[in-house]
Design a protein around this ligand. Structure first.
Ligand SMILES: Cc1ncc(C[n+]2csc(CCOP(=O)(O)OP(=O)(O)O)c2C)c(N)n1
Ligand SMILES: CC(=O)[C@@H](O)[C@H](O)COP(=O)(O)O
Ligand SMILES: [Mg+2]
Length: 642
């Protein structure tokens, strides 16, 4: 006979306060149910599965012991926060994760008071927790109050410079705060680097460290029901060998490692820390990414990210692809180049699969570098590779390159070093939402003196751009391309070396010229087709370069048309702004020339499908068509002319 309760415990828990009366045995049961609910939800939505499964027990323990939302629980990256969302008043919407109008796949301040700090880029949690603890001590006022500050950070995220900057500061300020290092020996890919080896050694060679202050007499401080567990914690902590970890050198007390799937360890340690800790404290917790779901546990990426799947078999339900992905095209072309030129090398910041560099890593491991979640270092490292006579491709998602921007300016651009920036996930990316949108790189790369900036209109163009970048030794060069599949165009037999700063004409028409930069070219063509049915045949050109601009082509478009419209998958301040500057400098506007620039709106667009997001941004074919009609002063059906 099953000893499980007939009504699932999870059904009785809408918020963490509902967990307070549960016994430790019931919390174990709750964790079991929470894991099943997480798997079930993600099977219908897709998303980040493995990381959340790895922190189910930790999530239960933290919410059982601490008093959120008064206590600030900050999930690093927050791709592991689905179980937390289920326990914090969002279970009824958990099957809307990452969809339009639904829950975000990350923590988000506007979504819930239980998400005190939003995240999605990694390694921010310790800084955030420190900020909350200082605000608390300075008498800051927020509606939920300010209690403990707790950061949960993964072993991958811990490798980033920002985490160390925060620990350095926290050790100095000596504020009470808790960092939980969730060590599952995985990043998205297997983690790399000396820190990862160090963490492994921490429990391989010296399994335990002592936390003297916490261990001493902790049990007596706790309320009666917790004394037994605290005694166990004390015994465990007392059993730990004395030895200085790097965390202690930075001013943290260190506890661990402890088994992050064992509530019998987690609960007493957290209760003891809560009762006794002073200053910053780091609890080293060992977990398994994908824990409790065999298809995730055995997957190469431990179920890091998944499409919707069949819960029983684990089989993912992926739409068949009709064209190669941009990422794949980049990865393949790079390997071809590397085969011919031993100076070609590549840098990724913990995204070998996501950037398509896995193939390079497999074929030419000595020339492919995964630097960990360290975009800043990655960019400077690439700069020096270039200074040392190599031809580095620095492959990063647009959104993550933001973190290395000062290095792009200071180490690459000012020194005119020929780093080739392969900027993946350019434009709106879909389910990951605003935090992952590649909205700003056109602007922040194009305003740098000497930087060449290209955008591929399709996968064939990307082939040309990879080869053009490889051949460009005169200074830094960047090319951007979106997430997902290409357009399905015919692939070139031979790559072309593009002339720097020269666009290409797609079709010659009349009255209005549409000048596209990047993959909106497809929507531009569709808009032109719809317009031709209305008797308007626009000229279409593909700019290819935002920097340097094809001045000659642009001025000819101006000379030959009534109006010019630029279209790009980026925020204001990018390609269109550079064209506007050129036209202003040339006095084109003095003569009353009509110019429009279609850019992403000045808002952060929430997650939806990329098509829906571009609809919100008013950048799909119908909106391009409408813009043409508006600029030409042609009334649309159902609309009166002013
Ligand atoms: C600045 C930045 N670079 C890259 C990423 C992509 N990314 C998301 S999760 C992740 C791995 C995180 O590993 P870890 O912190 O160990 O968490 P786990 O998934 O193992 O729980 C990476 C590289 C990111 N979110 N932010
Ligand atoms: C959490 C995170 O930053 C990554 O896992 C990201 O979601 C990957 O995005 P792609 O699916 O576009 O590779
Ligand atoms: Mg990890």
């Amino acid at each position: 006979m099953s000893d499980r309760p007939s009504t699932p415990l999870l059904d009785q828990i809408a918020r963490p306060a509902d967990m307070k009366g549960l016994s430790d045995a019931q919390l174990v049961q709750l964790a079991h149910e929470l894991r099943q609910e997480t798997i079930s939800a993600v099977s219908t939505t897709g998303g980040h599965l493995g990381a959340g499964l790895g922190v189910v027990e930790l999530t239960v323990a933290l919410h059982a012991v601490f008093n959120t939302p008064r206590d600030k629980l900050i999930w690093d990256v927050s791709h592991q926060s689905y179980p937390h969302k289920i326990l914090t008043e969002r279970r009824d919407r958990i099957r809307t994760l990452r969809t339009k109008g639904g829950l975000s796949g990350f923590t988000k301040r506007s979504e819930s008071p239980y998400d005190p700090f939003g995240a999605a880029h990694s390694s921010t949690s310790i800084s955030a927790a420190l900020g909350f603890s200082v605000a608390r001590d300075l008498g800051g006022v927020v509606p939920e109050g300010l209690g403990e500050a707790i950061a949960v950070i993964g072993d991958g995220a811990m490798s980033a410079g920002m985490a160390f900057e925060a620990m350095n500061n926290a050790g100095h300020l000596d504020k009470r705060m808790i960092v939980i290092l969730n060590d599952n020996e995985m990043s998205i890919a297997p983690p790399v680097g000396a820190l990862s080896s160090y963490l492994s050694r921490l429990y391989a060679e010296e399994p335990f460290q002592e936390l003297k202050a916490v261990a001493k007499g902790a049990a007596s401080l706790l309320p009666e029901p917790f004394r037994e567990g605290a005694k166990r914690a004390k015994d465990m902590l007392k059993g730990m060998a004395v030895g200085g970890t790097m965390f202690e050198s930075l001013g943290f007390s260190y506890i661990g490692p402890i088994d992050g799937h064992d509530l019998d360890q987690l609960l007493p340690v957290l209760r003891t820390v809560k009762a006794r800790a002073r200053g910053p404290i780091l609890i080293h917790v060992l977990t398994k990414k994908g824990k409790g779901y065999a298809p995730a546990e055995t997957a190469r990426d431990k179920g890091h990210a998944t499409a919707k799947f069949d819960m029983v078999t684990g089989e993912q339900k992926k739409a068949p692809s009709n064209a190669p992905s941009y990422t794949g095209v980049f990865g393949d072309e790079l390997v071809k180049l590397a085969a011919k030129d031993d100076k070609i090398c590549a840098v990724t910041a913990a995204m070998p699969d996501g950037t398509g560099l896995s193939l390079m890593a497999e074929r030419y491991p000595s020339r492919c570098f995964d630097v960990g979640i360290a975009e800043q270092h990655g960019v400077t490292f690439a700069a020096a590779l270039a200074a040392g006579g190599m031809k580095p491709f620095c492959a990063m998602y647009s959104t993550f390159l933001q973190r290395g921007y000062d290095q792009v300016v200071h180490d690459v651009a000012i020194q005119r070093l020929p780093v080739r920036f392969a900027i993946d996930r350019a434009g709106l990316v879909g389910a990951d939402g605003a935090t992952h949108a590649g909205s700003f790189d056109i602007g922040f790369m194009s305003n740098l003196p000497g930087m060449v900036v290209m955008a591929a209109a399709d996968e064939a163009e990307l082939v040309h751009m990879v080869h053009t970048a490889a051949a460009h030794d005169a200074g830094p060069i960047a090319f951007r391309y979106p997430r997902g599949e290409g357009e399905g165009v015919e692939m070139p037999e031979e790559p072309q070396l593009l002339e720097i700063g020269k666009g290409r004409m797609i079709q010659t028409g009349k009255r209005v010229a549409l000048l596209s930069f990047g993959t909106r070219l497809g929507e531009t063509r569709k808009a032109a087709e719809a317009l031709s049915a209305k008797g308007i045949t626009p000229t279409i050109a593909d700019a290819r370069f935002a920097k340097p601009l094809d001045r000659e082509m642009i001025l000819k478009l101006v000379a030959d048309h009534e109006a010019l419209i630029t279209i790009e998958e980026g925020a204001v301040g990018g390609f269109g702004s550079h064209v506007a500057q050129l036209l202003a400098d040339e006095g084109v506007f003095d003569a009353g020339f009509k110019f429009r620039s279609m850019v992403l709106p000045d808002t952060f667009i929430d997650q939806a499908s990329p098509k829906d997001m571009y609809e919100t941004a008013a950048m799909n074919a119908p909106q391009i068509e409408a813009k043409v009609l508006e600029v030409l002063g042609v009334a649309q059906i159902g609309e009166k002319r002013a």
